[in-house]
Ligand binder design. Sequence first.
Ligand code: KIV
Ligand code: ZN
Length: 510
Amino acid sequence: MDKNHIQVFDTTLRDGEQSPGASLGINDKLTIAHQLARLNVDAIEAGFPVSSKVQFDAVKLISEEVHGPAIVGLARCVEADIDAAGQALKSAERPRIHTFVATSKIHMEKKFRKKEDDILNMAVAGVKRAKQYVDDVEFSPEDSARTGKDFLFRIIEAAIDAGASVINIPDTVGYATPDQFGALIKDIFNNVPNMDKAILSVHCHNDLGLAVANTLSAVYQGAQQVEVTINGVGERAGNASLEEIVMALKTRNDFYNKTTQINTHEIMRTSRLVSSLMGMPIQPNKAIVGANAFAHESGIHQDAVIKDASTYEIMTPMDIGLESNKIVLGRHSGRHGLKQRLAELGYELPTEELNQVYERFLEVADKKKEVFDEDIIALVADEHISAEEIYQLDYFHILSGNRAIPTATVGLKKNGETIQEAAVGDGPVDAVYKAIDKIVNLPTRLTEYSLRGVTGGKDAMGEVVVRLVKDDKKYVGQGASTDVIEASIRAYLKAINRLISIEDHENSQP
Ligand code: KIV
Ligand code: ZN
């Protein structure tokens, strides 16, 4: 491999999915994995197979269906974990087991009550067991950034001797600073005698907002793999963001002299897909993929950009696959035109889903003068069949006003039959949700409700994202419509259907 090549290891589906309230169903994960393959990442960490049946089956399905990148399963240095990862990855073209154990004093003492030598033995045994399943084994000393250096060098050397092909250095709690983290990477190269026998990888968390800076500092010191997530999603403040690191390496190749194999034209599509399936909107000023990332507000800037874009743009919107906010299709556009535009946006939908999106598209095109890419993307996310549609909206009526008691009647279809309920509430959304609760009868709690206009204008579609909690697990739902009550109902039903199908999958027989 080219010595200037930086491997991009995407962990959106594993660490990213550990974002609060981002649990994904199996189909969602598969959709994202296909898009990551189009983005051309080197490796996809697809999940933590031992942790649940959904996780195991998702890693298995991705191993079977996604070609190109290495497929990775996470495992603690524990036999059952490694065995589950080995089983789940059986069909992958290029399987990798990623095994980890915590090595910082605070984790060893408080989490494990174990001594250094016991931890080192766990690491060696873990790597050796993983080697029985796959050639490619990655080892992470968890909380490396707070681990004593002598022990860190010792455990890395032992893991490589045991057969690890990748050594990953996580800053698990986002504690490191760029100079310090870069110096740690340099010290590892200088003090681990067999480091040339493995790839050195880094994995940074963003608790101090330094994940990208720390990762780049490590690359500058010779790290060969970066572990990242789309939009920087992940535990707490998230992980280093793929798009920021890839574009920093591309734009500042003069400084880093490193390249990745990422097809940057797929960045925007991947970002939008992850954002909508995880129900996590992107802040407008987010670097690279935020709505304002290429917007020039000041007249002086606008004038200069028209004369020569390089005056105020260090990369072009086209580099990341961002085209202007086009009017795509109208009322008379056919199914084929929609299919083609969807393909350009990175969506290849099965026929049934395409038909549903087309029906919704026609409804929207009837109500809105102009249909933009953003509208289509919101409809796709809404119609995306992430789970079996156990409950479907048949009809709803609401009565609302400043002097009326908000009242809703809702009819939901289940197994071909319509079930009707009515309720009053604090407002129309509360009333429809109470009516749905009476039908569904599940002990859930609504923890988040947000509504945004997909585009500008009075006729803009509304997109609603909700999160429901049941048994401490969060389920997200997204719905879009020109009618905000309908969008609210769709989002709520999506979360409920996802919850039921994940629970059913968990309880099903292997
Ligand atoms: O942050 C971390 O330490 C991890 C490990 C499992 C690599 O995610
Ligand atoms: Zn992590």
